[in-house]
Ligand binder design. Structure first.
Ligand SMILES: Nc1ncnc2c1ncn2[C@@H]1O[C@H](COP(=O)(O)OP(=O)(O)O)[C@@H](O)[C@H]1O
Ligand SMILES: O=C(CO)[C@@H](O)[C@H](O)COP(=O)(O)O
Length: 499
């Protein structure tokens, strides 16, 4: 039996899975790293923490594997998108990585609109300027840290940096490059026009490869540190949402994915690049060849729940935090939560908005708050689903992945709120599985990702909407939708008091 490794560089942790030729996960390891969210919408990580924990995790994966490491044939990556890793001439990071949920760059987004032209930007990249994307971060460093920027020769995205450190080969692949706001996503090439307008140094954008391309072998140092064989083939991999789509079998028209990790996304397969959503949802290259996807993003989905756990239930695990949520009826006894604790992206592209609990009552207990958080996150995702439905898409079945798919009550809640059948897979680690599938196809085990999905994507359980719950949620959701407009100005004014 042969094996491949899927490595998913998430925001909360790196998750590594060893998968055999039948698509069975034979061993899994996860290692967390810190997230630094100090002030003013800042969100950073140390790129070398990713490398350190990935190497330690790979070593743990190999040590805990009862077979022969020589049978591990390939490895590929999935990673949190958009994060800027600026590199000097020795390919060392010049500063901490500025992440996808960092919202310090509103001024740079307006500069992009003005200099590139909103319409032209949409034509080239299919996306508007949003704080989370990479180009605004590049311009922020250029403006605020000119000395650092003067030493930058290139940039990478998070998982590409980890791959660079394991192989000493520098590449970026299309599905992640699509989230930089510098890629012409239809032509699959760096936009010379945008690079010129924003005066990026010659050769600043790294070489592009396909997600399924083999990018080299691991260095002898990495073989020593991890116990992996020198023969291991390393494949480029993809953005976590592109890999999540592969790992959940979202490989043809009409298929929809919900992922609740640190962020939350509602993602839909697109067979071409010409649809017009006018920038209301993101439009990126898929990890599968010749395909694209559209998606709406909730900035703090799982992050809202982990924030609450860290602040009010430190030391507890998610299991105990969620223990009594099924005792609370839909509608959380009149409590509403909006998950805007880092600002929001879809449908409200607003870095200033902040979250709220509305309707607090002296009778509320901790489980009411937890239920309200789960409902608020799901309502936010339902607003993305509504955009797709308004644009003519049918959403009657959704594959649900990510840490949020570990909980039965939340999965049933998703079915009731989305009004769709929810499919839970045998592994909720969609992005890691997608990365493993890219490696499996790269190693020649399957001709195509779809053929691989037929074996690797295994359904565990399905959840059908309950009409009575649906009625309650529909009414509660309408109230939720009011909260944004009613708290927008207050949030802006409160900004003056924020750290
Ligand atoms: N047992 C659980 N039940 C419900 N939600 C969970 C559970 N474990 C983790 N989560 C949620 O999943 C999130 C992490 O998901 P994950 O897919 O690992 O994120 P990332 O890829 O961003 O690191 C946490 O923030 C938390 O909200
Ligand atoms: O910014 C986006 C998508 O545009 C996020 O979805 C990131 O890709 C982070 O993903 P997770 O850590 O939540 O998986």
């Amino acid at each position: 039996m042969k094996y491949v490794i899927g490595a998913d560089l998430g925001t909360s942790s790196v998750k590594l899975m060893l998968v055999d030729q039948n698509g069975t996960v034979v061993h899994e390891v996860s290692r967390p790293y810190p997230l630094y969210q100090t002030s003013g919408g800042y969100s950073e990580q140390d790129p070398d923490d990713w490398v350190k924990e990935t190497i330690a995790g790979l070593s743990e994966l190999v040590t805990g594997f009862s077979g022969s490491p020589q049978d591990i044939e390939g490895m590929s990556f999935s990673g949190q998108m958009h994060g800027l890793v600026l590199l000097d001439e020795k390919h060392e990071p010049l500063r901490p990585a500025i992440l996808w949920n960092d919202t310090r760059t509103t001024a740079e987004c307006r500069e992009i609109d003005e200099k590139a032209g909103k319409e032209r930007l949409l034509e080239i990249t299919k996306n508007p300027a949003l704080e989370g994307f990479t180009l605004p971060k590049i311009l922020w460093v250029k403006k605020h840290e000119p000395e650092i920027f003067s030493r930058a020769v290139t940039f990478l995205l998070p998982k590409d940096y980890v791959r660079l450190k394991l192989t000493e080969k520098l590449h970026m692949e299309y599905s992640d490059a699509a989230g930089t706001l510098l890629l012409d996503i239809s032509q699959k090439a760096w936009s010379e026009e945008l690079c010129r307008v924003f005066e990026l140094p010659e050769g600043f954008c790294p070489p592009l490869v396909e997600p399924g391309d083999e990018t080299g072998r691991i260095t002898s140092r990495a073989t020593e540190e991890t116990g992996l064989p020198a023969s291991l083939k390393v494949f480029a991999g993809g953005a976590d949402n592109a890999c999540g789509a592969i790992g959940a079998g979202i490989l043809e028209d009409g298929k929809t994915l919900v992922s609740i990790g640190t962020s939350g996304v509602v993602l839909s397969y697109e067979k071409d690049h010409n649809k017009d959503f006018d920038g209301s949802v993101h439009y990126f290259n898929h990890g599968a060849p010749g395909a694209w996807y559209t998606m709406g993003v909730t900035l703090a989905a799982g992050h809202s729940l982990s924030w609450f756990k860290n602040v009010f239930a430190k030391g507890e695990d998610f299991g105990s935090l969620l223990e009594n949520v099924d005792q609370v009826p839909p509608g959380a006894n009149g409590l509403l939560f909006t998950p805007y604790i880092n600002g929001e992206r879809t449908p409200h592209a607003d870095a200033q908005i902040r979250g709220s609990f509305i309707g607090m009552d002296a009778s509320h207990r901790r489980e009411d708050f937890v239920r309200a958080i789960l409902e608020g996150i799901t309502y936010s995702l339902n607003e993305s689903a509504a955009i797709f439905r308004e644009n003519g898409k049918t959403i009657d079945t959704i594959v649900s992945i990510g840490g949020g798919a570990k909980n039965d009550v939340w999965l049933q809640m998703q079915a009731d709120i989305f009004g769709a059948k929810i499919v839970k897979l045998a592994s909720e680690q969609g992005p890691g599985m997608g990365a493993a599938m890219l490696a499996a196809v790269g190693c020649g085990w399957y001709e195509t990702l779809s053929a691989c999905a037929d074996t690797f994507v295994e359904v565990d359980k399905e959840y059908l909407p309950d009409p009575l719950n649906q009625e309650v949620y529909d009414e509660h959701f309408r109230l939720y939708q009011d909260v944004y407009a009613k708290t927008r100005e207050l949030s802006e004014q409160l900004g003056a008091f924020r750290r």
